[in-house]
Design a protein around this ligand. Structure first.
Ligand SMILES: [Zn+2]
Length: 68
């Protein structure tokens, strides 16, 4: 019974390193992912470029409603 550091598996509760893909709901790593998009001052991460495109289209679609 030597060593009381068996709790190395304890994970920090912070979710700062992960984000939820707003399109498909998948949890993705923020750190190191190339597929991100900054919208309304928030950084979104996506599992794939397809999801990013869907989100970008929605964002621009809601914008284009302005006018008229
Ligand atoms: Zn996705």
């Amino acid at each position: 019974m030597m060593g009381s550091q068996d709790d190395a598996d304890a994970r920090p509760a912070a979710d700062a390193d992960t984000a939820v893909d707003p399109v498909c709901g998948m949890t993705v790593q923020l750190f190191g992912t190339p597929i991100t998009l900054v919208h309304n001052d928030a950084t979104y991460a996506f599992c794939c470029a397809g999801c990013r495109n869907v989100f970008a289209e929605r964002a621009s679609a809601s914008r284009s409603r302005v006018g008229d």
